[in-house]
Design a protein around this ligand. Sequence first.
Ligand code: HEM
Length: 158
Amino acid sequence: MKTNNIMIAALFIAFVAFTGCKKEEETPDPVTPTPTPSLYERLGGINAIAAVTDKFLANVASDNTINARFADAVANPYRLQLLRNNLIDQICAGSGGPCQYKGKSMLEAHTGMNITQEEFNALVGDLVAALDFYEVPAAEKNELLGILGPMQTDIVGQ
Ligand code: HEM
């Protein structure tokens, strides 16, 4: 009887040791695949977008190709604040974030300005420099530019 108990105990220990060593496999659930985070999330959310926007506006202010265009906005703190907020909302909403763009349409905002292709490219360059400053990865950078790029037809030559 005593021998039996010892054998049962030995078998139990062997079983626990065996199953304890077996590594749990972390197979993903095939029914509910992990959703890809939105561009908004991958950019780092509202604070990251606000920081990029501020750097972008600073770059525009020191860009002699286009800064004269923004002279009136820069001279008026309320107007500059509104432009900043509109840009943040536009990027936030466009990238799938929880914001609502409340500004004018791109056509309405830029009609009568006769913005050239060179000026458009300069502004995009200032945005790219801001994204690079914060080391936004190429994938996210290109995705954002892909959202803003098509607005060109409503901005250039209007
Ligand atoms: C993808 C490119 C661009 C985007 C996303 C964009 C976005 C905007 C937005 C959101 C506004 C505010 C609209 C409102 O007041 O409701 C605005 C205004 C304005 N934009 Fe653009 N814009 C772009 C290109 C340009 C370019 C290339 C120029 C000229 C070089 C320009 C010059 C202006 C000016 C002067 C204003 C009015 C600012 C003020 O005085 O309040 N924009 N833009």
